[in-house]
Design a protein around this ligand. Sequence first.
Ligand code: ATP
Length: 240
Amino acid sequence: MLLEVKDLYVKYGNIEALHGISFHVNRGEIVTLIGSNGAGKTTTLHTVTRVPPPEGPKVFQGDILYRGESILGVEAHNIVQKYKIALAPEGRHIFGNLTVEENLKLGSFARKDPDGVKKDYARVYDLFPRMAERRNQRSESLSGGEQQMLAVGRALMTGCDFILLDEPSMGLAPLLMYDMFRTLKTLNEQGMTILLIEQNANLALKFAHRAYVLDTGEIVMKGPAGELAENPEIQKAYLG
Ligand code: ATP
């Protein structure tokens, strides 16, 4: 087990957003958290990656273990640098006034393995050839889909072993969504463990190994993604 979230309760100020959720991610898996608006998906990712208050959520009960060790007291920068867990936020969180390559460089700024950084540039440009073509373009002029690619690419430049993805299909046309998920699958086949949250449950369940369904801060269902996709309750509530 790479990540284990145990009976986690989380608040923003006085408002409780997660009411005792438990889930885990095994090494080499793609796991997805699905659920409707406000279910607590982003809160879960931000809790694991320790996004600090005021925007960040506060844990008041439960634990988060990574490779068997509690990471609850660890600061956000060490989650990336020491534990090699990276968050790829929604594409609109890239730095618009910087070029593609400058954004990627930011992902790698704390690394001390120049050879690894070089390899990761090559990997990102190989996974997303569009980023290679646009490497000197200011990021604000990229399309929504390209910005999503860049957000994933920047996270990969940290040299992470585990990537958390916030709505990678957000704002993409259907064909591009498939491209994005195929790329994520390739990345997973190369050894990357992935936890992703998605509103597009159809797509997420096609590509993930396992899934958890979040509803108003609680996990209400879990199982192999293929099984959940066939479940009539899930189909009615999330698959349209
Ligand atoms: P969406 O798919 O709409 O992004 P989500 O499943 O990611 O939804 P969260 O963004 O995690 O849901 O929100 C869970 C709950 O926590 C919601 O009730 C939301 O209003 C609340 N919340 C989220 N961020 C904050 C914040 N910074 N301050 C206060 N409350 C917040």
